[in-house]
Design a binder for this molecule. Sequence first.
Ligand SMILES: [Cu+2]
Length: 485
Amino acid sequence: MKQIIFAPKMLVMATILFGLFTSCKNEIPEKKYASSMDIPATVEMVATLTSPPNVPPPTGKRLAKKLIVDMEILEQEGEMTNGVKYVYWTFGGTVPGSFIRTKVGDEVEFHLKNHPDNKLPHNIDLHAVTGPGGGAESSFVAPGHEKVFSFKVLNPGLYVYHCATAPVGMHIANGMYGLILVEPEEGLPDVDKEYYIMQGDFYTKGANGERGLQPFDMQKAVDEKADYVVFNGKVGALTGDNAITANVGETVRLYLGNGGPNLVSSFHVIGEIFDKVHVEGGSIINENVQTTLIPAGGAAIVEFKVEVPGTFILVDHSIFRAFNKGALGMLKVQGDENEAVYSGELRDDIYLPEGGGIQKMPVTGEIPESEIPAKSMAERMEFGKQTYMQTCFACHQAEGQGIPNAFPPLAKSDYLNADVNRAIDIVLHGKTGEITVNGEKYNSVMTAQTLSDDEVANVLTYVYNSWGNKKTEVTPAMVKKVRNK
Ligand SMILES: [Cu+2]
């Protein structure tokens, strides 16, 4: 039912904007269907996907279709900023992932491939999907595999998609997000330029600007202390030669998203006022807005006409992020001066990124001891179960059964039972490389768990004394020994 709201809003807008009191019915065709669910998908079509800052062509007046979306997940190294490398996890090879453009009534057949060279299983949760997990459950896919699922797009708007595989925050923090646009039945009004921009916050072991390949820092992510806050995956993705462009007199529409994982964006264009904002990417249109809020996991569409030439700076107006952490882009407008609108001296050089040189994020590196050490075996089991449900459950599952091709079982695990010190080491330091558990090969990544000696002892005691394992008791002293090795 929600899609019906869109059209009257647009009509009211058009009427106000142009001061016309004549009917706009000719421009916006009447809706044929009472509900999006009734719109039949006609013929089949392969969706055009684009990498940022580009968007696929408008759906215009086309009818709803069966739309084939082919997307491949790629884990690949990229450059965060000069000299700083980062391994991004991507939908389609870019951060943000490929832009998907659909319209209400489309039946999307989604093909999600996980490249055979990838290390981890992934999935996709599209906020445009009406259904459990937004598709996450159906799309969970191991490296070298492909999953296919389908859904009907019912609600118009601009929606975020992201990976939802444990640890969810880590997959998102590494760049696994993008946007899917659902146009209303009659299409969005034409504009001259359209661009795709998505903000994200990044957390690296080294401080901002520290060179080399920087691993993800989970602790900083949990603390929400971002080293980089950027548009389109890296510092400078939209500056200099990468700036987006327009000509004087054109109307620009920006499809804006925020992948987070943590920070809310206060999106602003220095020297412009948004004529229209589709608030939160939905059907309400606000007018004459200076700064619009884009929630983590949310979106907005902004439109403005550019009246004068010059370089317009796009920022997150939480301003240290812009000048010191990377959330700064540029829109270069060419054309004739219009002194009636602006007659000041033109200066392109005042707003430039300053880099992160001055700041040093504190890194503690210490692991807090859990406050109450377990006194009895029963307590060890109870505390261990709590840690298991918080930390291990997402991957190894409730009964330690694991997930085929992705997470090895801990239940009746020959690998676990063969060597307790090796098990302790895996929990402390993580594990990568091929292993064989109960005859099945796994070649994935388990991240190091930030747990105290007590917590590791308790959780492994719990695992060893559950699900048919060999009932070893793991003590904090044993963990300490492995840690200090
Ligand atoms: Cu993922």
